[in-house]
Design a protein around this ligand. Structure first.
Ligand code: NAD
Length: 495
């Protein structure tokens, strides 16, 4: 059995005394074991990151940028290899895995602009003979803790910007699909990143707590479920670190009566069932404004899903792969089987679909007449289940969304520019799409939700990540001049 090990100071390390299984979700077989780090092993990774910090933070910016240009090229050249790893351990279909890689490459491209991104400001002559300038300096060792659903992209969200800013990193990827992070660490090394700048430790709460409790870790980026995000934020900030902790989601897509209903139905199917619904930006609630819209959408979505092929992600004819684990598949199914008892109507029952073998497959489900207060509405299901909530007006749609404790992404489908503009103003959600169902911002903007979808005040990647991973310092300078000096105990005034 293959043992997936940590990467500390460029060396693969880790024993098989405490491990977890890594499944191939398409077959249900254990494909490998992953070493779970002890607190001491995490300490060793943090020590390696700390030791690599002085040289890396003082490396020339142009040479540092070269690493990211080379990394971008390597990611493009090796995308088939990396996509195969993603499909093998996560289950998503290969085309989707490549989509994930291409979105991760955007973060590397952004980081390659570090010479520009790290520029400070300068004001000449704020008072006679006095200049002021600001610089952005790295925070130090950064902890990065990532979820299972984007095993390459989310590690790149964090590592690219953190390393570009001159920090060193200890990455703790999901124990469910850890190989992509090891692969990325090797690509970084091949691109010229010195050993110790990016370290990977695997494991569970033991490893995460060791990162959160170490005084040598100055900032932590986390992406995962809301309860864990909240606890990471609380423990990390209580320990004096800056923390950004992105949590779960329940994303609503509003369809107005004037929308292109065929386009909206196709968008809903793609955004609800892509990657088996295991995306934090998946559409999980379709908010139909008016019964006519609802009836038409339900009929169109139900017809469209008949054409979907669910199977092994390595098979090019598969549109959707399995879920991440057997337990998760069963939990997702339980929301559908319980929905009728809650008063909803199961229009398409994916739990009834049968599959050969022991893979963690479930069919796609469509549930109509869903209302707040039902578990199928209130919980983040994170599977291929699309709920339809019927409302009568735009205002009701907005009120529904603004009442949700989650606020990651949302979208409106309409042909009316005024309605779309008003939605943008009214809606209390971090990322908004107008006729775009999955509004994940391009790498030059930052990604983040509001409310229980993000704890902390910095969104991830893009410009806000440069702010998060640096500390600014402002320097006020006066060089000796020939004007006579005098003692003045008043507060320095520039007026
Ligand atoms: P998760 O919260 O179970 O795990 C995330 C990470 O935290 C993993 O590395 C895991 O090992 C670790 N972890 C789990 N339990 C822990 C504990 N009790 N203490 C310390 N660490 C712990 O999330 P997941 O199931 O891997 O990922 C799916 C979740 O992530 C969904 O809720 C999804 O919405 C969310 N997500 C959010 C975003 C976003 O940008 N907001 C992006 C992707 C995924």
């Amino acid at each position: 059995m293959t043992l997936i090990r940590h990467v500390i100071a460029g060396q693969e390390t880790g024993a098989a005394d405490r491990t977890g299984p890594v499944f191939n979700p398409a077959t249900g077989e254990v494909a490998a074991e992953v070493a779970f780090a002890s607190a001491d092993e995490v300490e060793a990774a943090i020590a390696a990151a700390k030791a690599a910090l002085p040289a890396w933070r003082s490396s020339g910016l142009v040479k540092r940028a070269d690493v990211f240009f080379r990394l971008r090229q390597l990611l493009i050249e090796r995308q088939d290899e990396l996509a195969a790893i993603l499909t093998r351990e996560h289950g998503k279909v290969l085309a989707d895995a490549k989509g994930e890689i291409s979105r991760g490459i955007e973060n590397v491209e952004f980081a390659a602009g570090l010479v520009h991104l790290l520029k400070g400001e300068r004001s000449e002559q704020v008072a006679r003979g006095v200049d002021v300038h600001s610089v952005k300096q790295p925070v130090g060792v950064v902890g990065a803790i990532t979820p299972f659903n984007f095993p390459a992209m989310v590690p790149l969200w964090m590592t690219a910007s953190a390393i570009a800013c001159g920090n060193t990193v200890v990455l703790k990827p999901s124990e469910k699909d850890p190989s992509a992070s090891v692969y990325l660490a090797k690509l970084f090394e091949e691109a010229g990143l010195p050993a110790g700048v990016l370290n990977v430790v695997h494991g569970d709460k033991v490893a995460v707590d060791a990162i959160l409790d170490s005084p040598d870790v100055k900032a932590v980026s986390f992406v995962g479920s809301t309860p864990v995000a909240r606890s990471i934020y609380q423990r990390g900030t209580a320990n004096g670190k800056r923390v950004q902790a992105l949590g779960g989601a329940k994303n609503h897509m509003v369809v107005m009566p004037d929308a292109d209903l065929d386009g909206a139905a196709n968008a809903a199917v793609s955004a609800a069932y892509g990657s088996a619904g295991e995306r934090c930006m998946a559409v999980s609630v379709l908010v139909a404004v008016g019964d006519q819209v609802a009836d038409a959408l339900v009929a169109k979505v139900a017809a469209a899903v008949k054409g979907l092929t669910i199977g092994d992600g390595t098979d090019p004819s598969s549109d959707m792969g399995p879920l991440i684990t057997r337990e998760h598949r069963d939990k997702v199914a339980s929301y559908v089987t319980g929905a009728e008892a809650e008063g909803a109507k199961v229009v398409v029952d994916g739990t009834a679909q049968e599959f050969d073998g022991d893979g963690f497959f479930v069919g796609v489900s469509l549930v109509d007449d869903v209302k707040p207060g039902m578990k199928v509405y209130d919980d983040e299901i994170f599977g291929p289940v699309l709920s339809v909530v019927r409302v009568d007006t735009y205002d009701e749609a907005v009120e529904l969304i603004n009442s949700s404790p989650f606020a990651n992404g949302t979208a409106i489908f309409t042909r009316d520019g005024g309605t779309a503009r008003q939605f943008e103003v009214d809606i209390e959600v971090g990322m908004v799409g107008v006729n775009v169902p999955i509004p994940v911002p391009i790498g030059a903007y930052s990604f983040g939700g509001w409310k229980n979808s993000l704890f902390g005040d910095s969104h991830i990647y893009g410009p806000e990540s440069i702010h998060f991973y640096t500390r600014s310092k402002v320097v006020t300078t006066r060089w000796p001049d020939h004007t006579p000096s005098q003692v003045d105990l008043g507060f320095p005034s520039n007026h």
